[in-house]
Design a protein around this ligand. Structure first.
Ligand code: G4P
Length: 532
């Protein structure tokens, strides 16, 4: 049995991020197959006919074929305990993705070789880089005619503002795709399209100049490989683990997830150099994962993970020490003791009760309504992890109960779903009873409505509000703030923690108000406001 420190160092907790359709689900499935966490292809997502899912657990996700909420899957591979976080690719759920990224130590970006860097890739990469998260890159769909590999690398470097260090190199592309050359091991992995008899073949060489390569892929493909590799080594410095760890450069892999090609190389490399749990910053201090005392934070709350269990699950990222079943911890926000009799680990297809978990792990805790996103758990220290801000909403709707007989269910549902972060529930400053929903994307409104119906038997009606920009406001001058709030009263909302939000119709209007009110501070997230 490993020591606590050994257990912590072997953890590898990462998230896969991509623009929808780049192949994230397919890659997740292949990684789980290698990790032995699932045994049949299609267990994560079936074909078009039966999109049954593991990583997408909500009904709505199934209907829409998009991954709405973050799910976690654990497996063992190459001596590491891997925790893989699946994050929503859809823009409307960027808050959920952001929360997921706060709980991992590295990220894998998937890029479609045909489409190159897309809008969501850019945004998600920005978010990861806010915290210098190490990023690895997989260029997928090499079996399709796409952009030239050099062009793709150039695009990644330019658009994501990160150094690229190819660790494998494709031989041909699309119909002429023959395989990839592994630059670290000087090995040639031959591609076998799905359905063909020939299994993946691997051959080792002395280097790209080895004449043996010609015999296998043909002279012209071998010549082209050499030319491209000469260019690559002239343009890009060699891969450095140190650069990758501080988020300055990304190792790049090529392959085709659908054909299960290039995924093993990716995984073999990740378990070799992807970081173990990193230090996490709390408001009070930086916490080292190998500290003996347990600390962790809740980054997600989800109801109905499994339709057979109707309670909520709070997702805890363990940041330091060891978590033990039935041990009493401190729930810092409420100051109350907390104990879990059935903490669960997430495997691909089910949940399993565990006795202990280590820094780096993500565990599920049965929650009866005690936890909120961002809560810290410790062995007694008054510590507050930072880093799960709320974003200024861009869409506002008044919301009211549509069925007077189910008022209680409506209110409960709204409160619970707000705690889960499905949407921000705000109130009007002078009429606190009137509720307003604030979201970043339209789909969040649909999810809120659908979940009220499915889980609480409550229905709601939205009313349009013509605001599209919001800022949290505060000031060191209490009087100035009160005067400001009074002056703009009809466009001021109050969040769950008492923070004031100003809504505007346009950037121009916001700019005008900012200019006229020098004593007021305007914030795009609530981070500065609540000091969290
Ligand atoms: P996502 O989670 O990032 O949204 O992407 P997903 O894995 O669902 O893949 C999107 C589509 O791209 C799927 O096709 C999938 O089969 C296809 N795909 C994934 N990897 C590759 C690859 O290496 N090569 C090629 N040619 N296609 C790939 P679909 O038709 O939308 O869905 P499905 O019916 O296959 O499930």
């Amino acid at each position: 049995m490993d020591s606590d420190s050994g257990q912590i160092r072997k953890r590898l907790t990462f998230a896969i991020i991509s623009h929808p359709d780049a192949g994230k689900t397919t890659i997740t499935e292949k990684l789980l197959l290698f990790g032995g966490a699932i045994h049949v292809a299609g267990a994560v997502k079936g074909g078009k006919a039966g999109r049954q899912t593991t990583s997408d657990f909500m009904k709505m996700e199934q209907e829409r074929g998009i991954s709405i909420s973050t799910s976690v899957m654990g497996f063992e591979y190459g001596g590491r305990s891997v925790n893989l976080l699946d994050t929503p690719g859809h823009a409307d759920f960027s808050e959920d993705t952001f929360r997921g990224l706060s709980a991992v130590d590295s990220a894998l970006i998937v890029i479609d070789a045909v489409k190159g860097v897309e809008e969501r890739t850019r945004r998600l990469c920005e978010v990861s880089r806010m915290r210098d998260t190490p990023i690895a890159t997989f260029i997928n769909k090499m079996d399709r005619e796409g952009k030239e590999p050099i062009e793709l690398l150039d695009e990644i470097e330019r658009e994501l503002d990160i150094g690229v260090r190819p660790l494998t190199w494709p031989i041909g592309q699309g119909r002429s795709f023959k395989g990839v050359f592994d630059l670290r091991g000087n090995r040639l992995h031959l591609f076998a399209p799905k359905g063909e008899e020939r299994p993946d073949e691997v051959a080792a060489f002395t280097g790209p100049d080895d004449p043996g390569i010609d015999a296998i892929v043909g002279e012209s493909a071998a010549r082209r490989l050499r030319e491209e590799l000469a260019l690559v080594s002239a343009v890009y410095p060699p891969f450095s683990e140190e650069e990758y760890r501080r988020g300055a450069a990304t190792p790049v892999f090529f392959g085709s997830a659908l054909n299960n090609f290039g995924i093993r190389e990716l995984l073999d490399n990740l378990v070799e150099f992807a970081p173990p749990p990193l230090s996490k910053t709390a408001l009070e201090r930086v916490v080292d994962p190998e500290e003996e005392a347990l600390t962790g934070f809740i980054f997600k709350i989800h109801a109905n993970l499994n339709p057979r269990h109707r309670d909520r699950i709070a997702f805890l990222r363990v940041c330091s020490g060891r978590f033990e079943r039935n041990k009493t911890y401190l729930h810092v926000r409420t100051g109350k003791p907390f104990r879990s009799a059935n903490p669960t680990a997430f495997m691909a297809q089910n949940r399993e009760i565990i006795d202990e978990a280590w820094a780096g792990d993500i565990i599920g805790i049965h929650d009866t309504g005690t936890f909120a996103i961002g809560d810290t758990i410790t062995e007694g220290e008054a510590l507050h992890y930072r880093g799960i801000p709320a974003f200024a909403p861009q869409i506002f709707r008044t919301i009211r109960n549509a069925d007077p007989l189910r008022e209680k269910q409506f209110r409960n549902g709204l409160d619970h779903l707000a705690e889960e972060g499905v949407a921000q529930i705000l109130s009007k400053r002078k009429s606190p009873g009137a509720r307003v929903v604030g979201v970043v994307g339209q789909l969040q409104l649909e999810v809120l409505q659908a979940r009220l119906v499915h889980e609480y038997g409550a229905s709601c009606v939205y009313g349009v509000m013509d605001y599209s920009i919001a800022r949290w406001v505060d000031s060191d001058d209490r009087k100035a703030l009160d005067a400001f709030l009074d002056e703009h009263e009809r466009r001021i909302l109050v969040d769950a923690k008492g923070g004031n939000i100003l809504m505007c119709e346009s950037e121009w209007e916001l700019g005008y108000i900012v200019k006229k009110n020098a004593k007021i501070r305007f914030h795009t997230t609530n981070e500065a406001l609540h000091g969290t």
